[in-house]
Design a protein around this ligand. Structure first.
Ligand code: SER
Length: 324
């Protein structure tokens, strides 16, 4: 990677990945692509170049690639699972139409492409526990349909045209920087915010519903390491299972209570998000990623909880509220 374009640079992953890439590569070589209405602000804006890049506009992608001599594109534009069910056409246009635009530009201009897939690419027929790398992928959400299509299309462009496409299947991502929007796993992020704000949390997901989750620093490292991996070692490309922890609402609630004893939670299941969560795996087997490019997570539930609460206290409230 020399010159990198991030599409969706002001979103949940993009805002942090852009800064991480700018810490690893010269700032001027990492371009923050955004859509009007979601302009970069503060450090994200000041620390490097940015460009309007709407993923549904192939011309804009091509112009940014030419202008900044881009050789690697991080395609992070997405509509998350619960919102996608309300807007399936938009989810397809961004997830599949947008990816097609990116792949075509990459084919013409010789760029490598990273497009995240997700635990949402699996469905009710997939083995639920330690879901294998290569297994049944018949999701029943539009989000999952776009993710499986994206995996197949990306592999096709690699095989047919030699485009260097690579990807990981992200679990639910947890971070204190940019809030996610409209995902099924986002209840876990919301729980931390409620705990730090001193509010009771109404949990939309039932106890006993396990999903894979990951702390953002591990996810960012995965996104960089897969693109830097030695291609000769890669047996898979689109997309690798990666994992670090699996929990249900009870487990994360108990963990937060260790540090915020007065925290309270009540279950108020949301039928849409519950049915999506029920169709996804409990936990993924990430042994192929470990073997092919040395993937290894650093955070477990306790490490993540301490870091989330500490940083959310700094963000939302005075430090002395908790003894973490
Ligand atoms: N975090 C995503 C969602 O819940 C899953 O990849 O939609």
């Amino acid at each position: 990677m020399k010159n990198i374009l991030i599409i969706g640079a002001t979103g949940q992953i993009g805002s942090e990945l852009t800064m991480k890439l700018r810490s690893l590569y010269p700032n001027g070589n990492v371009v923050a692509g955004y859509i009007p209405g979601a302009e970069p602000k503060g450090e994200l804006k000041e620390s490097g170049p940015s460009a309007i890049v709407n993923i549904t506009n192939p011309q804009q992608i091509a112009e940014a690639v030419d202008k900044y001599d881009i050789d690697t594109i991080y395609n992070l534009a997405a509509v998350l699972s619960a919102v996608a069910e309300a807007k399936p056409q938009l989810a397809w246009n961004i997830g599949v139409g947008g990816l097609y635009n990116v792949l075509e530009v990459a084919r013409e201009k010789n760029c490598a492409v990273f497009t995240p897939s997700s635990i949402g690419s699996f469905g009710p027929g997939t083995p639920k526990v330690l879901t294998p790398q290569d297994t049944i992928q018949r999701p029943n959400t539009i989000y999952g349909v776009t993710k499986v299509t994206g995996e197949l299309l990306s592999d096709y462009y690699a095989k047919r045209f030699g485009v260097d496409t690579r990807s990981v299947r992200f679990p639910g991502l947890i971070s204190y920087v940019t809030p996610p929007g409209g995902g099924t796993t986002d209840y876990a992020v919301d729980m931390y915010y409620s705990a730090v704000k001193g509010e009771k949390f109404y949990c939309p997901i039932k106890p006993g519903t396990f999903m894979d989750m990951m702390y953002m620093p591990d996810a960012l490292r995965a996104a960089v390491e897969i693109m830097e991996a030695d291609p000769k070692r890669l047996i898979h490309r689109n997309s690798f299972n990666i994992a670090s922890m699996s929990f249900d609402p009870e487990m994360i609630f108990s963990k937060i209570k260790e540090y915020v004893p007065e925290f309270e939670m009540e279950y108020k299941p949301d039928p849409l998000r519950q049915s999506i969560a029920d169709s996804w795996p409990d936990s993924l087997d990430d042994s192929c990623a470990r073997y092919e490019w040395d993937w290894k997570p650093e955070y477990d539930l306790d490490g993540m909880t301490k870091d989330m609460l500490k940083n959310l206290c700094v963000k939302l409230k005075p430090m002395e509220t908790y003894s973490i």
